[in-house]
Design a protein around this ligand. Sequence first.
Ligand code: UD1
Length: 417
Amino acid sequence: MSQMVINGGKKLKGRVIISGAKNSVLPLLAATVLCDGEVTLRNCPDISDVDTALLILNLLGIETKFTDNTAFINAKAPLNTILSETVMRKMRSSIVFTGSILARRGKAIVAYPGGCELGPRPIDIHIEALKKLGAVVTEDNGKLIFTAPNGLVGTEIDLKISSVGATENIILAASLSKGTTVINNAAREPEIDDLINFLTIAGAKINGKGTSTITVFGVEKLSAIDYFIMPDRIEAATYISAVATAGGEITLENVTPKHIESIIEVYKNAGCEITAKGSTLTVKQNNGLAALPYVKSMPYPAFPTDAGPLLVASLINAKGTSVYVEGVFENRFRFVSELKRMGADIKIEGRAAVINGKTLSPANCRCYDLRGGAAVVIAALGIKGKSVISDIEYINRGYEKITEKLNALGADVYIKE
Ligand code: UD1
């Protein structure tokens, strides 16, 4: 496992280009299974989760090529329907391939997915929904076997939680089903809109984009397309958090300000000056951060759970006491132990983190998950002196060229193998 060494305490200055969205590219790669022919995906982030998704496609017998942030996928003749436990455990998004494989081939044999540990992350909603679409689901020795020999059939599905992954899985499966599927209480995250945009260009018929009721009219075939992936709003939140913590002034390029309105509002409340212009965002912070009395993460358009750890890292040396409540996952505070090594005063009470801002010291820390790991990096950027962060492979799952991007902004960061 590699380490990241951060000589923190340097103000940030300059421009950073935000990559394509991790949480969009993964369902889009699953969507390519449905497309008969060669799909070109542009603005594809060069991250290890994309490597895993491409490996999944290869294991399905689908040819892929990745070069210069562009993925070429040829799903003309997908052969296999089986994904091993080893590959499924590499990331949670592997589960969204189930809907596509099942809809295209009438069968999918998968395993329970892995991914970052954020408390229990069941897949019951995915399984129930695919059953409602007509799949027969059995379990054999850790394998989950989905079959629909006569194809899936559209129906009405009420989600008990507006799960992002389950909404995507249903949209994917329903796109090649017979008849109409209505999803009630669907997730409204922008990455779902991106998936609907992709599928619509490929020939799918979907209504209700951006709302909590999505209707999918099944079609017989989806075609090959050329698609440009939306910007990563959580990577944008990460660089906002970095300059909010370290101080300075940076401009983010290739962002969709509308997607990060809740994030902009929160950092403005903490004292950052933020200006959006077209697809750029300038963030300035030179007087230290003010504490935030109450921020709670909730599904879109509220403040996103994935930006929660980043915000906590920003608030550990703010003036006063802040409260951050995690409203989506049961246990997302594992990174807090690492911030405490830096001297942070954080008390966890159920799903709330109570943060008393104070002066901190550099420390040796580790990553336990993707966004928690990024939070530790953010904290280290704001502390004068050398912090060493191990297990940074978690960060590489979702951040393209993070070391290069931070150094281009004036940080002093390097990797030690
Ligand atoms: C996606 C994102 C992740 C983000 C999360 C919430 C991707 C690749 N990942 O994850 O970064 O943090 O949305 O915005 O897009 N749940 C169940 N049963 C299920 C499915 C989910 O109980 O079958 C629960 C989860 O445990 C969680 C809540 O629903 O408490 C929301 O999870 P969900 O929206 O499904 O998250 P993911 O799609 O896994």
